[in-house]
Design a protein around this ligand. Structure first.
Ligand code: ASP
Ligand code: MG
Length: 414
């Protein structure tokens, strides 16, 4: 008997018929003698529908009320799934995030889980029930309902798996696993049998939507065995695990892209000690996530600082800069929207010089200009104009030998 945490995303519970299929799958695990804790997302696109309704009332609704609103989506699916299980004669109980004992920090919209008191879940499991938990939500220390950020149900699932010391955490989604690139953009993309936590973390952070980045962080930290697989088939998925000798096989394991990038340049900041700290502190206080940062001094007394934020944070970032204009002492702010960050990821890069050069050469050959670059041990990212996205992703996928046929020849993988 194993204890398994499963998570079903919005598409997988998008209709009553699909909820019934999920119930059947859960029952097959129960029949095999396993204990199951299930985390579900809101049905289909219902979270987007709720966001949209609120925005019809006010362009920037308060984050507290948004959390109150959005957490209802998951509560619909947990109740329906528990009912579907009960209808088939299986004992099940739905729990909200707070009933499941999930406490978060006091932040609305993207709270982090601070602790999980799993006593209630343990009790329900001991009574033989399937425990169905609402993803993406918790209760703050101050007693406020919070959400973990869009896509946060994955993080609920992984942290519950860690807390319950589950044997594994299975993320059921609408794709068959983790791919070498977005198959909608690259028809030759293929599913990876396994990927390391570090590679997955880079890919997730770089916009591969298949897993919430924080869920991968938690999986790595607590060594949760994570599997990403389809809720529509029985196909084997992708194992996300500790890097083993698989690092030696391939240099690049995937090409990711994020099309929602904006670049901001703060022109004429005073070149003094503490300038960067003041600027990014102001942004951090306002919960603006900054990605690539480039500083260029153009004269002794002044400096320009460029950085990227997600398109959805652009207004917040610009407002923050404006509000702190006097203290920061810059001349002006420029920005550019409609950019894509395209990245190659692979643990094998550490030992292979020239990977970045190969990427730049390929983009140059395609006549795509690179606006910004950032690197880590296992990734290289370039910011380019969004119009070139598909073309660039395909070219890099090919040059790094990830196309389905080539990979079969090069690595003997099918
Ligand atoms: N329902 C939430 C969202 O759409 C959380 C999730 O699906 O993971 O972002
Ligand atoms: Mg998701």
């Amino acid at each position: 008997m194993a204890l398994i945490v499963q998570k079903y995303g919005g598409t997988s519970v998008g209709t009553i018929e699909r909820i019934q299929r999920v119930a059947e799958r859960i029952i097959s695990y129960k029949k095999a003698g396993h204990q199951v804790v299930v985390v579900v997302s809101a049905m289909g696109k219902s979270t987007d529908v709720l966001v949209d309704m609120a925005k019809q009332l006010m362009p920037h609704p308060t984050e507290r009320e948004m959390d109150m609103l959005l957490t209802t989506g998951e509560q619909v699916s947990i109740a329906l799934l528990a009912i579907a299980l009960q209808a088939r004669g299986y004992d099940a109980v739905s729990l909200t995030g707070w009933q499941a004992g999930i406490t978060t920090e006091d932040v609305h919209g993207k709270a982090r889980i601070s602790r999980i008191d799993n006593e209630r879940m343990q009790r329900e499991l001991a009574e033989g029930k399937v425990v169905v938990v609402a993803g993406f939500q918790g209760l703050s220390e101050a007693g406020e309902i919070t959400t973990l950020g869009r896509g946060g149900s994955d993080t609920t699932a992984v942290t519950l798996a860690a807390s319950l010391q589950a044997d594994r955490c299975e993320i059921f989604t609408d794709v068959a696993g983790v791919y070498t690139a977005d198959p909608r953009v690259v028809p030759a993309a293929q599913k990876l049998a396994s990927i390391s936590y570090d590679e997955m973390l880079e890919l997730a952070n770089l916009g591969a939507g298949v897993l919430h980045p924080r869920s991968v962080e938690a999986a790595k930290k607590y060594k949760v065995r994570l599997v990403v697989r389809s809720s529509f088939t029985d196909e084997e998925g992708t194992n996300v695990e500790e890097a083993a000798d698989m690092e030696t096989g391939r240099v690049v394991c995937g090409v990711a892209h994020d099309e929602d990038v904006a670049k901001i340049t703060v022109v004429g900041m005073p070149a003094q000690v503490g300038t960067l700290s003041r600027l990014f502190n102001a942004l951090a206080v306002n919960q603006v996530n900054v990605d690539i940062i480039i500083q260029s001094s153009y004269e002794a007394k002044a400096t320009n600082i460029s950085f990227t934020v997600s398109g959805s944070d652009l207004n917040k970032a610009l407002d923050t800069l404006e509000a702190n204009r006097e203290e920061l002492g810059f001349e002006k702010v420029e920005f550019e929207q409609g950019l894509t960050k395209i990245s190659i990821v692979g643990a094998g890069m550490i030992n292979n010089p020239g990977v970045a050069a190969q990427m730049f050469r390929q983009l140059a050959e395609e006549e795509i200009s690179i606006k910004m670059v950032s690197t880590s041990d296992i990734k290289v990212s370039c910011v380019i104009s969004a119009e070139h996205t598909a073309h660039a992703v395909r070219a890099l996928h090919t040059i790094f030998q990830l196309d389905a046929k080539q990979m079969a020849v090069v690595h003997g993988v099918s």
